[in-house]
Design a binder for this molecule. Structure first.
Ligand SMILES: [Zn+2]
Length: 251
């Protein structure tokens, strides 16, 4: 259940895209997310975006730019302690993002929800996730045999991600590396996050994970290093082709 506050702070209309490799990022702080004061939240949001730009726009090889938009504070509570990340993303996170973006005119971009709770509930493996990233697809239709749709990025970060500074950059990677599976199954098209430097092979279980990199120290490795992660040219090349950079043109 999500509720909408009477007042939203600092709304600005959709920003014009300067070029097709910029993506607007909207921050949504829920009740109980850290820090608790507006200035601290603004600082956390700016830090997340700045580090993502350092990684995704590093060295002049790649010019993907995340453009920070004003931060919203809402009274909705999303405590992820007892929520698996998939349940969170498909349920309350998606609901809140849809409400916020509808209020501000459905601008395309990435929406990042700062939740309460230290970690998401255990899914599999030995660590609890602190972030999740995916897409919200709207207006999906097939026109002359070609799938058409609008893609929005959706990210959720738990309170512990406050101390893991590259989490946003990693989750943004999942958004940018998500692709449409061109083979519909029972007429249902699926979107999959596929890392071109994967799959990650879990050394303990032997399980294969297509969403994550198998390169040590890489941004898209399933567990992030504390030092600045690396990014691979294959990842940059694929990310640049993300539909999120084309939304503004197609519309
Ligand atoms: Zn991941």
């Amino acid at each position: 259940m999500v509720s909408w506050p009477n007042q939203i702070l600092k709304i600005r209309p959709d920003q014009q895209y300067q070029n097709n490799l910029q993506v607007n990022v909207y921050g949504i702080f829920t009740a109980g997310s850290k820090p608790s004061n507006f200035n601290g939240r603004q600082k956390r949001f700016n830090r997340d975006i700045n580090l993502a730009n350092q990684i995704w726009n590093g060295g002049g090889m790649c010019n993907i730019n995340f453009i920070p938009q004003p931060v919203f504070e809402v009274k909705t509570i999303i405590d992820v302690t007892n929520l698996g990340f998939q349940a969170a993303m498909e349920g309350p996170v998606k609901g809140l993002i849809k409400k916020v973006k509808h209020k501000i005119g459905n601008p395309t971009g990435i929406y990042v929800v700062y939740t309460s709770g230290n970690d998401f509930a255990f899914s599999s493996g030995s660590t609890s996730p602190i972030g999740a990233g995916g897409v919200i697809i709207e207006d999906f239709r097939i026109k002359d045999g070609i799938p058409k749709f609008t893609l929005f990025g959706s990210i959720a970060l738990s309170n512990r991600a406050l101390n893991a500074p590259f989490t946003f950059a990693h989750e943004a990677g999942h958004v940018l590396l998500t692709e449409l599976d061109k083979q519909p199954f029972n007429n249902i098209f699926k979107f999959n996050a596929i890392d071109p430097t994967g799959p990650f092979i879990n050394p303990v279980t032997g399980k294969s994970d297509i969403a994550h990199s198998n390169l040590v120290g890489n941004l898209m490795a399933p567990v992030l290093p504390n030092i600045i992660p690396t990014i691979d040219p294959l990842q940059l090349q694929k990310a640049r082709m993300s539909r999120i950079f084309q939304n503004a043109i197609i519309k």
